[in-house]
Design a protein around this ligand. Structure first.
Ligand SMILES: [Zn+2]
Length: 452
């Protein structure tokens, strides 16, 4: 090998199956080799990462970076800064922008918008035009390998597929083309029926009971039936309730092509937190009760969930402070994603150390999404030949009252005041420094993210 560009020496490299001491050799943006710890290597640059853990760059397959059209909430400059500060080096962005992304041409337009502004590599989920669902057939996998379907809507998600015949057609088209369906699985008719009967919610606390688990259970049952009939690959996003987790786990166990995501916020908060945080944790699906949160953690630990996503969906504080019915659901979370998962794992597995817990993180935030969204040839593991996306993580350092510095454009975090365990010290994207944690301020590299 020619003299490599960089060696990270003295650290512990984490995969989904374990953690072992090794020096990580980086050349031309890729992992060139893993060598025995301390083996002499004349690299252009050597970074001592003794005592730290090296994770593959994390993949957040569920972000809303809000461009085009909603730049007052978030943009790619701020969103990708928040991402790399949290160890995320690849994102898959959602289509519910203004205008929405519903054609291959829209994907190219968004790429031109993002190009030169992003610190992270990226893909897009395509959207569905409810007025003409056959338009999804135009996606080839280059522009988008996955299609987002909203079965219920809200302030920033008006493109809802309510017609069961149209949904059937979408599933057939996606199955034919080998595209994955990612789904907001709450059945809109259920909410409409309940609202007609008892009216709109009057307060933040009311709101959660007006958007109950019933709609999620109905939608998940419907999707399982569609997966059975069409063979469509369906990934259910932000599962919030125990019944949905049970149904999807059971369906996957009999071989149906279904899987699911849980989010950092559903793993962290319960309905008891709504009293203090109000509409900051007004979310769709809603935050549920402690038994639901326990079931989501079981899904994390027992391999029921395939991915953990942030559903990074920022709004301004002024928007969140509107009266209950007008406060839009969503919160920023890409910066806090790793911290919420790792902190929760430490709390729930008190006997385990980082060498046992971090492989779970890698499975859900790197390997799982890389596999589902066909990024494995480049992303998801620190193996020779793959991109040198690396997170240098110190599990012993804590961030009390975290996050210490908020990089999302909206400038607030529902997690402020919580204690996060572990910190990201350095994030490399294809061998280049994308983020370095500083004492007084954080350093960010040059936005050079590419469309994967
Ligand atoms: Zn979302």
């Amino acid at each position: 090998m020619a003299r490599p560009d960089l060696v990270l020496t003295g650290g512990t490299v984490v995969s989904s199956t374990g953690a072992h001491r090794a020096d990580l050799v980086v050349h031309q943006g890729r992992v060139a080799a893993l060598q025995p710890s301390g083996s002499a290597c004349a690299a252009a640059q050597v970074i001592d990462v003794s005592g730290r853990y090296l994770l593959p760059g994390l993949i957040d397959s569920h972000v809303h970076f809000r461009q085009p059209g909603l730049e007052h909430k978030e943009d790619w400059v701020h969103g990708s800064r928040a991402a790399v500060a949290g160890g995320v080096t690849t994102v898959i962005d959602m289509p519910n922008t203004r205008p929405p992304l519903s054609s291959p041409a829209d994907a190219w337009t968004k790429h031109r918008l993002v190009d030169g502004a992003s610190l992270v590599d990226y893909r897009f989920h395509a959207g569905v035009d409810p007025a003409d669902v056959s338009r999804v057939a135009a996606f080839t996998g280059r522009e988008a390998g996955s299609v987002k379907v909203f079965l219920s809507g809200h302030h920033t998600a008006p493109e809802v597929v309510r017609d069961p015949v149209a949904l059937d057609r979408i599933c057939g088209l996606l199955a034919d083309r080998g595209l994955t369906m990612v789904c907001h699985a709450e059945h809109d008719d259920v909410f409409a029926l309940l609202d007609r009967w008892r009216g709109e919610p009057g307060s933040a606390r009311d709101y959660e009971s007006h958007r109950p688990r019933t709609a999620g259970i109905v939608a998940v049952a419907q999707l399982i039936d569609l997966a059975r009939r069409h063979g469509t690959r369906i990934h259910v996003l932000h599962v919030s309730g125990r019944e949905e987790a049970d149904l999807l786990t059971a369906a996957a166990a009999v071989g149906l092509p279904v899987s699911f995501e849980v989010t950092g916020h559903h793993l962290t908060f319960t309905d008891a937190d709504i009293e203090g945080l109000g509409s900051l944790i007004r979310l769709r699906p809603a935050i549920r009760d402690p038994a639901d949160r326990d079931r989501l953690w079981q899904a994390v630990l027992e391999r029921h969930a395939l991915t953990v996503g942030s559903d990074h969906a920022p709004h301004t504080l002024a928007e969140k402070r509107r009266p209950a019915a007008q406060a839009p659901p969503g919160l920023p979370g890409v910066q806090e994603l790793l911290a919420t998962l790792y902190t929760g794992l430490v709390a729930r597995q008190p006997g385990a150390g980082p060498a046992q817990l971090l492989p779970i993180v890698v499975r859900l935030l790197a390997e799982g999404p890389a596999q589902l969204f066909k990024l494995e040839h480049r992303k998801g593991a620190l193996e020779p030949g793959r991109d040198a996306d690396v997170v240098v993580f110190d599990p012993t350092r804590a961030d009390p009252g975290a996050p210490r510095r908020i990089h999302a454009k909206c400038g607030w975090s529902a997690y402020s005041g919580l204690d996060f365990q572990g910190t990201v010290e350095l994030t490399l994207r294809r061998g280049m420094v994308a983020y370095r944690r500083g004492t007084d301020e954080d350093f960010f590299g040059t936005p050079g993210g590419i469309w994967l």
